[in-house]
Design a protein around this ligand. Sequence first.
Ligand code: EPU
Length: 473
Amino acid sequence: MASTSNFNPNPSFLLPPPHHPKAQTHLSHNPKTLTTDPDPKLVITGGAKLSGHVSISGSKNSALSILAATLCCSGTSKLRNVPNLSDTRTMVSILRSLGAEIEFSNNELAVNADQIGSVEPDPTRIGQIRGGFFVIGPLLGRFGEAVVGLPGGCDIGARPVDIYIGGLQALGAVVEVRDNKVVAYAANGKGLVGGSFKLEYPSVGATETLMMAASMAEGKTFLSNVAREPEIIDLACFLRKAGACVEGDGTNKICILGKSRLHGIEYGLMPDRIEMGTFMLAAAITRSCISLSPVLPQSLSSLIDKLSCSGCKITHKHETMELSAIPSSCRGDLQGFDIKTQPYPGFPTDLQAQTMALLSTCNGLSLVEESVFENRMSHVRELQKLGAKIHVCGSTALVYGKEKRANLYGTNVIANDLRGGMSLVLAGLAAEGITEISGMSHIDRGYENMEMKLQLLGADVKRLDLMKSTSSN
Ligand code: EPU
């Protein structure tokens, strides 16, 4: 695993890009220094019951936006509970490519962005994760200009950036897309100015990016039809503690009074509600009983309601939750249910695939409708290889539970994206025999110490390092 704790005070990409007033040269990417990571496989022997306790890591998606927000701050920001994942490490590389000084160890991260020397982050890294694009907000807010490559992320749909662009224009930016890069600068030649903007769709990333930009714009900004996800509230709490005036987060309207600069603070990230939901589903699919902490149950009431109706017994006290799906302690075996993914507080798209795996083991027929991303069904083909009976029509899937005897059995499958990949892990836990999952780099983007956590719960899960097995042959 690559370490991010070796802080390099003189990165070669500290120089600004050619168009920047302070620029001379900017060479950010040297392919010779890249090493190819072997993509390990996960081998699961299904059938084990889970028991015990699992610790939930800090939120990946909060980490990505709050890391971008540290660019607004003078002095050092210290973040706690930062998950050590390939996505957070990529975000660290993106900030370092701008000149930020970062130390990252033991889930604690210190960022000092005082010496930013570039407004153009490494495009290769930006192309790897969606969250990298968020830096356009703080860069534009702080420097009045930014050049950011079009973002990457999981292959789950077109994922355009038109809403980000419309919002930045409303704050006084001129924005052009050239050579796969978004080039933006303040029209007045100085900096952003507050404005009003209604998002066409409550995009999480666009809301976060505009919140950061508005925190450093002159005057007041009114954003409406914004996303209401708990990660938005986490970002707003960070910005407020750093000196910004932000109101309305958690509702569909946010009002921000800009400040010329925020200051570095200490901040602990919220627990990852998608990891929490995934482990709840792991207990449900194996008909087991586990406890989880720390959790914020209200951040996932849509899943809790569905699982309770399905027959799971869920209790919580303070930040600890217990879920039992053992048939003798529930109302018999679990019943199927319908879900439609929607922006918060609706059912999260990031739990659709894992829930589909569970539904393939429940009684009866279930309907799964994906309404957030247009291409988030690639796990279906792999779940079918494991014996799941699923029929897809466009963005809707009909999942036939046990009535069609959909017993899962182990085989070789491929993770094509983060959450879809995790649905295969859950199915493998419940399947008869051995499931071998390749494409683990997708899953590593979002689940910290996943197999160790499953092993501690009693699952038979092993990681095979392909590089090692090839060289020993
Ligand atoms: N959209 C547009 N135009 C835009 C922005 C978004 O049409 O300018 C559309 C998207 O194409 C999509 C919908 O709006 O159909 C929702 O996208 P949104 O912008 O809300 O998603 P995101 O910000 O790109 C974040 C999370 C995703 C999570 C979604 C929805 C991060 C880094 N990513 O993505 O997380 O699925 O919100 O909750 O915060 C994951 O963790 O696996 C993951 C994909």
